[in-house]
Ligand binder design. Structure first.
Ligand code: CMP
Length: 140
């Protein structure tokens, strides 16, 4: 597969509990490298735009409010097969279904407050990275 990049968000439930370091440690221990990172407070426009693919879902309003409810850490991760690797390290969206040792099994509070987001495919990763980062902010 080769070296690839993916996009990651550490969500407000995790920043609120001061566990960003624990989340990043899981990513690094799993073989991924943080090549860009910033802590931001998402605007409504950013949250709605980022999650626009879910705009017709019943949980869209709740998702947007949650993502605006506190700071998040947006990151670009790099590594072998990074998109899939990140998804393995995060575990299933619903923490009740996440494999032991994954970020969501250990830290997530619910399907909505699930501590991390990760791109679902290489194409999505490119779009999501470009949504938050300029090329010169990625310093692998
Ligand atoms: P994420 O990977 O950030 O992508 C979309 C998010 O929607 C997902 O993680 C969950 O946090 C959220 N989500 C998915 N299903 C539900 C649900 N049933 N209720 C609330 N939030 C949800």
């Amino acid at each position: 597969m080769g070296i690839e990049r993916t996009f990651s968000i550490i969500k407000p439930d995790a920043t609120k509990r001061n566990i960003t370091g624990k989340v990043i440690a899981k990513l690094e221990e799993g073989g991924l490298r943080v090549v860009a990172s910033k802590r931001i407070h998402m605007s409504r426009e950013q949250a709605e735009g980022f999650y626009s693919v879910h705009k017709d879902r019943p949980f869209f309003g709740e998702l947007v409010e949650f993502m605006m409810s506190g700071p998040v850490v947006v990151q670009v991760l790099e590594g072998e097969n990074a998109v899939l690797r990140n998804r393995e390290i995060m575990g299933a969206t619903n923490p009740a279904e996440a494999a032991p040792g994954t970020i969501r099994a250990e830290f997530a509070q619910s399907i909505g407050e699930n501590s991390v987001h990760g791109s679902d495919a290489p194409e999505t990763a490119k779009e999501e990275i470009a949504f938050f980062f300029k090329d010169e902010e990625i310093v692998g």
